[in-house]
Ligand binder design. Structure first.
Ligand code: ADP
Length: 401
């Protein structure tokens, strides 16, 4: 590109200029003074033309170079251009950061040896027939993907190599999460299935008294219900994940909804002889949200308080309004959550005590579903807890204003 430019705007006029100069120097005796004067004027014009053109072309080349450098400087991907000898021709800041390079890392060989990448520049250029190759490495805590692409010069000969570097840490993290999730789901489903199969086979194999038969059938029914709850929770999660929820937003009264949830759980509360009090301040404006989803959240938080609080325990619910947000605060004096588990309880399948949660019919998905629903309603959920003292959950949802 620059070559063509130089050829058209500098080389061609220069050739013309040389020819004019030669004509003058040849000193033809028959030339009149007038003719000589004209030739000198032509020469001066040509000089002036070249000097203006050169200035313009240099400005244009500098502008293009600056533009290119600015693009490379601000690119989020890293770029390194190597010459055929393996020396760096250009490197942008992203490449230096991603690969953790230092001043001394200034050749192809040094850089990729340091990163433990088995790549040979000549091999990529000469043996692999101009195809680009790709490598993944871990640099510190980051996962990096690199594309190696050889380039040719204007004579169609190998010119060197361009390496494009991308930070794929988030990608890898999501991929690992997906794999873990599939493993967790399989594990969670396997436990009740094994139990159901075991008890069903035992019942089929022998003659048992009615009392034992009932006991086994009860286990089968409980495990089947657990599986149904798990599948239903997974479907809810997937519906919210894909934002395909058909639950439209409506305007409703949060205090009324919370009281309705408390009534729905009255049997569980009664079984544990717990004392549940609900206080609604008078000034809570109606909220505009997915009513079914918010009800699900409140039911889950309240169920947790009931589940993880002993018999005769106390649960207090406050519904109020602060800074354009309606809030629900649910405080129990139950077993509490250890500090180290607090920032993980919103993860799918995370439970402080797996066995206890299972025993109480938990799937470990309740809080992650609650978080997902609140995110989609521009709300938030915060949990504070002290082991042995109790837990406080605060949900905030913007009001219609
Ligand atoms: P689960 O189905 O196990 O209850 P959740 O996602 O609803 O799943 O809660 C995750 C974990 O957080 C629970 O297993 C429990 O260990 C802990 N947890 C939640 N709420 C409370 C609470 N009020 N008191 C003590 N622990 C709680």
């Amino acid at each position: 590109m620059v070559g063509l430019f130089v050829n058209k705007h500098i080389v061609n006029p220069t050739t013309k200029l040389i020819k004019s100069a030669e004509k003058i120097v040849s000193g033809d005796a028959t030339k009149t003074n007038e003719k000589k004067k004209n030739e000198i004027t032509d020469l001066t014009d040509a000089f002036n033309y070249i000097s203006v053109e050169m200035k313009q072309n240099l400005n244009e080349a500098t502008r293009q170079k600056k533009q290119m450098e600015t693009i490379l400087l601000h690119m989020t991907d890293g770029i390194i251009a190597f010459g055929i000898d393996g020396d760096i021709i250009h490197i942008n800041p992203a490449a230096i950061t991603f690969l953790g390079l230092e001043k001394d890392d200034n050749t192809f060989e040094k850089i990729f040896k340091k990163l433990n990448v088995d790549i040979n520049m000549e091999k990529v250029i000469y043996l692999e027939n101009w195809t680009s190759s790709e490598q993944k490495v871990k640099v510190g805590e980051r996962y990096i993907n690199m594309f190696f692409a050889p380039y040719k010069d204007e004579n169609d000969r190998p010119g060197g190599m361009i390496v494009v570097i991308q930070d794929i840490t988030e990608h890898v993290r999501l991929d690992n999460m997906r794999k873990e999730f599939v493993a967790d789901v399989s594990h969670e489903l396997k436990t009740p299935i094994t139990s159901i199969m075991g008890y069903a086979d035992t019942l089929l194999e022998g003659e048992y008294e009615k009392e034992i038969q009932d006991k086994f059938l009860n286990v089968i029914a409980t495990e089947a219900r657990r599986m149904a709850k798990l599948v239903s929770d997974l479907l809810t999660l997937s519906r919210y994940d894909n934002s395909k929820t058909s639950n439209e937003k409506t305007e409703f009264d949060l205090g009324e909804l919370v009281k309705k949830c408390q009534e729905k759980l009255q049997i569980e509360i009664g079984k544990k002889h717990q004392e549940v009090e609900c206080f609604v301040t008078a000034n809570v404006p109606p909220i505009f949200a997915d009513k079914y989803g918010i009800e699900r959240v409140v039911l889950n938080i309240l169920t947790n308080s009931i589940k993880y609080t002993k018999e005769f325990g106390k649960i207090k619910i406050y519904v109020g309004f602060v800074y354009n947000n309606a809030y629900i605060k649910i405080i129990d004096n139950g077993m509490g959550i250890p500090k180290e588990d607090l920032n993980r309880i919103f993860e799918r399948f995370y439970r402080v005590d797996k066995a206890r949660s299972r025993e109480l019919g938990g799937t470990g998905l309740g809080l992650s579903i609650a978080k997902e629903i609140l995110d989609q309603n521009n709300g938030s959920i915060d949990i504070k807890s002290i082991v042995g003292e109790g837990t406080e959950v605060v949900i905030q949802i913007p009001t219609k204003q």
